[in-house]
Design a binder for this molecule. Structure first.
Ligand code: SAM
Length: 275
């Protein structure tokens, strides 16, 4: 089964290999048959389609396995971008591989990677989060759990929730972190704006257009603590796992040469952090 990435807006963003593969298969499994038909028609591809979405993925996957068993060639696409990335596909891929068939991914558009490619963040580490929970409490808890992750955070968000999600990011993450708002990527009104998190709500509110379309939000990694590098932090955390705060800070100061007071303050923070 070929897993084929398709455009996230601009219909030209489809690889030669993807078109050749879609032309050569017996069936295209897709999230929404009408949506897929538009793409296939645009390229003059007449292959039949089969709906495979979050509500029927298991049954559709069984059907795909039967078809593969009959020697049919099958491709899987989603409505936009890479199947299985915040989109259906994972269960079908697992079922097909479990049945002993090869899964062949065809790389192509993905909104998160497209946003990162234009975000201009020097640190290469990132965590792809995708959509945060829609309910306020669950969303805030999720953001709190991500606050100390030592990497950029990449979120997907819908236009009707972008204001409240950004407000929560502003409230719960360090305000100096950079937020890159990547809107309508590859489309007519594409916009990529970069700002300190503290200014993000004002930027969104400044123009109704800023809240329209599809969004990727990228928050840069937490700033390194002044005077405390990752190695010092590691030593302190290791000592803290075995010793009381005061003793851990004293020993960490001897090992690393960093000021004892700063280490003591950081040790208290680490100790207070929920597990
Ligand atoms: N599978 C897709 C991918 O590979 O990126 C993601 C599908 S997910 C259901 C849709 C979400 O991806 C949108 O709500 C938005 O957050 C993001 N997205 C998709 N296309 C986008 C675009 N052109 N510009 C910005 N964000 C986009």
């Amino acid at each position: 089964m070929y897993v084929v990435a398709t455009p996230i807006g601009n219909l030209g963003d489809i690889s030669l290999r993807a078109l050749e593969t879609l032309r050569g298969v017996d069936l295209v499994a897709c999230e929404d048959t009408r949506h897929a038909r538009q793409l296939l028609d645009h390229h003059g591809i007449k292959v039949p389609t089969l709906a495979l979405h979050q509500h029927n993925e298991n049954q559709a996957a069984e059907k795909l396995v039967r078809l593969l068993g009959d020697g049919r060639r099958v491709a899987l696409v989603s409505d936009a971008g890479t199947p299985g990335v915040s989109d259906p596909g994972a269960r079908a891929v697992a079922a097909v591989r479990a049945a002993g068939f090869r899964v062949i991914p065809l790389p192509g558009p993905n909104a998160a990677i497209t946003a990162l490619s234009a975000a201009g963040l020097a640190d290469p580490r990132f965590l792809f989060v995708g959509f945060l929970p829609a309910k306020v409490g669950a969303r805030r808890t999720a953001i709190q759990e991500l606050a100390d992750v030592d990497a950029a955070l990449v979120f997907y968000e819908a236009p009707h929730r972008v204001m409240e999600t950004v407000a929560d990011l502003v409230a719960l993450l360090e305000p100096q972190r950079t937020l890159v708002i990547a809107r309508e990527l590859t489309k007519l009104f594409e916009q990529i704006a970069s700002m300190p998190l503290a200014q993000a709500s004002a930027w969104l509110a400044a123009d109704a257009n800023h809240q329209r379309g599809e969004f990727v939000l990228v928050v840069s990694a937490p700033l390194p603590r002044e005077g405390m590098d990752a190695e010092t932090e590691r030593v302190l955390a290791a000592l803290l796992a075995e010793l009381p705060v005061k003793q851990a800070a004293k020993l960490a100061a001897e090992i690393t040469g960093q000021p004892k007071n700063a280490l003591y303050a950081r040790a208290l923070e680490l100790k207070a952090r929920p597990l």
